[in-house]
Design a protein around this ligand. Structure first.
Ligand code: MN
Length: 401
């Protein structure tokens, strides 16, 4: 039996607005703003170069339900390029680009099959093998129904692939859409489950493989590390997954030890060296910098200027670099002897879920006038609050406030 080879891509979020990045230097902003398109183009180029049998895109192609005109146009161009390369594409839409949004309609080229609002199965022939792909598109933003129940069972021969934009039942970190349990999917007897929705790459199960490839471009600090898609080679008794990174830049954290640092110039050159090493092995990055192993003396030195001033100095040395590094935040650990006190405080919220956070900011959010100006309480918001609280705590503890 021949092997089939395909790309499993999800969560392109084309034209994502990168809201949290307003402080990015102007000369880089355009590149950042374009990064989802850049990453998408990398997917297309990889497909054209490696000629897979087909490509699966498991939802959230567009970031907004009112798909931007430009995103649609560029996506269309990408699909046409794959068409010219003779590569079929199978698409479903997710909660972000559900079918009830309003958008200008583009006619997809013939190589592209888009799943409709009900679960359906499309069949194609690959090197003499029959491949059945089952999926559906979100008819509206919130699909709470267990859609897997509508997926047909495998027929025991042929290849069967399920493409599902949704999340594990009981997932606490994300809105749960089209919920499933692993056993539900395994029970269908499919060869591969191409999932979308969760932006963190993860292989939930092998044999059969149940896979989230993650999104193709990180968009904020909660989407750290390499982003990309999977190239999958499937036979009836083996699944080979190869991760292909494709993002324009990554988010990451970098720790620089202040051990033995006495003067500012030593610190600046140590940070500079580490940033350069980082960028050489990882490419473009937005970095959250943490200074660790700080003595009382170093802390005092750091405290004479604001975090912003230090960041600006560290950033200066990287300004003309390509690949680039953008320093987004600076966290200064407490002097070693005081670390324990805040650890106890910050430990508490590591246990918190969304409900705890909502309760903690309840009064603010119930304010009749003020509430409309507040951001929604999501992972981004929580990370922001944690970071700022940590810095305030550090200051308070050091100064004995
Ligand atoms: Mn998504």
């Amino acid at each position: 039996m021949a092997a089939i080879r395909f790309l499993h891509v999800a969560d392109l979020h084309l034209d994502s607005p990168f809201k949290g990045l307003s402080s990015i230097p102007k000369n880089r902003w355009q590149e950042i703003r374009e990064s989802t398109f850049h990453a998408f183009n990398n997917v297309i180029q990889h497909a054209l170069a490696t000629k897979p049998d087909f490509v699966l895109i498991a939802g959230d192609i567009y970031d907004g339900e009112n798909r931007s005109l430009r995103a649609q146009h560029l996506f269309q161009k990408g699909m046409e390029a794959l068409g010219e390369g003779g590569i079929p594409v199978f698409i479903c839409h997710g909660n972000h680009d559900h079918l009830s949004g309003s958008w200008v309609r583009f006619q997809m080229p013939e190589n592209v099959e888009v799943f409709g609002r009900d679960v359906e199965t499309k069949t194609l022939n690959v090197k003499g093998e029959t491949v059945h792909i089952s999926s559906f598109s979100y008819k509206e933003r919130h699909i709470r129904e267990a859609m897997h129940t509508y997926f047909p069972k495998a027929n025991g021969q042929d290849f069967h692939i399920g493409m599902l934009h949704g999340s594990l039942e009981g997932n606490k970190e994300h809105d749960v859409y089209a919920p499933f349990r692993q056993s539900d999917l395994i029970g269908k007897g499919y060869d591969y489950w191409a999932l979308g929705h969760i932006h963190k790459r993860q292989v939930l199960h092998m044999d059969p493989a149940i896979v989230y490839p993650g999104n193709i471009q990180s968009r904020h600090r909660n989407e750290r590390g390499l982003k990309g898609f999977y190239e999958v080679t499937l036979t009836k008794n083996n699944t080979d997954l190869q991760f292909i990174p494709c993002s324009m830049f990554i988010y990451d954290q970098l720790e620089v030890s202040c051990k033995d640092i006495v003067h500012a110039n030593e610190l600046i050159s140590r940070v500079e060296h580490q940033l350069k090493d980082y960028v050489e092995s990882n490419g473009n990055a937005i970095i959250e910098l943490t200074l660790t192993e700080i003595t009382e003396e170093t802390f005092e030195m750091l405290d004479t200027s604001s975090r912003e001033e230090w960041l600006a100095i560290f950033q200066e040395s990287m300004d003309q670099q390509n690949p680039f590094i953008i320093l987004k935040d600076l966290v200064i650990d407490l002097p070693i002897n005081q670390l324990n006190e805040t650890l106890m405080l910050t430990d508490i919220w590591e246990e918190w879920d969304f409900t705890h956070w909502k309760l903690a900011v309840k009064e603010l959010y119930q304010h009749p006038k003020g509430s409309r100006y507040l951001p929604s309480i999501d992972e981004d918001f929580i990370e922001e609050v944690k970071m700022e609280s940590k810095q305030l705590l550090n200051k308070a503890v050091t100064r004995g406030v």
